[in-house]
Design a protein around this ligand. Structure first.
Ligand code: ZN
Length: 149
């Protein structure tokens, strides 16, 4: 494992152990549940959206370290963003976890999302990493349940 990979591992373990924005959000006006039956990840994403801006965001539920840390990092990335920016960030994240291994990733603009670039080697883990993002999108678009199957 090289230095970058072990740094990424530490970020994932930290967010798994101390998830940010974890818990219910009483003021939420958009919520959705996301299920990844292959792994058993079950995550709910709550959003408070005002004037097309994500004012507050939280998540709850349980999942593997990848699913939980991805949800935690997602909440830190999306808070304060517009819906349009959130859609773009979703596309960026999707690229991080599905791009060919030799694709060039712009790690400066991806920030913490880049820590999930390693899951490209493990196709079953891509669903864990992207569950929270798909669930966030469902919440934005008014769907209450998301399943990655
Ligand atoms: Zn998982």
């Amino acid at each position: 494992m090289n230095d970058i990979q072990s740094l990424y591992q530490q970020v994932i373990l930290d967010h798994n152990k101390n998830p940010r924005n974890f818990g219910p959000l009483l003021s939420a006006n958009h919520s959705a549940d996301g299920l990844n039956p292959l792994c058993g990840d079950d995550i709910t994403v709550h959003l408070l959206i005002e004037n097309d801006i994500i004012k507050e965001i939280s998540f709850e539920g349980s999942g593997c370290a990848i699913a939980k840390s991805s949800a935690s990092i997602m909440t830190t990335v999306l808070k304060g963003k517009t819906i349009e920016q959130a859609e773009q960030l979703f596309a960026d994240f999707h690229f991080v976890v599905t791009a060919p291994m030799d694709a060039e990733l712009n790690e400066d603009s991806l920030g913490k999302m880049a820590v999930f670039s390693g899951v490209r080697e493990f196709p079953a883990r891509v669903k864990c990493a992207s569950l929270a993002w798909h669930t966030m999108q469902s919440a934005l678009h008014g769907k209450n349940i998301t399943s990655t199957e």
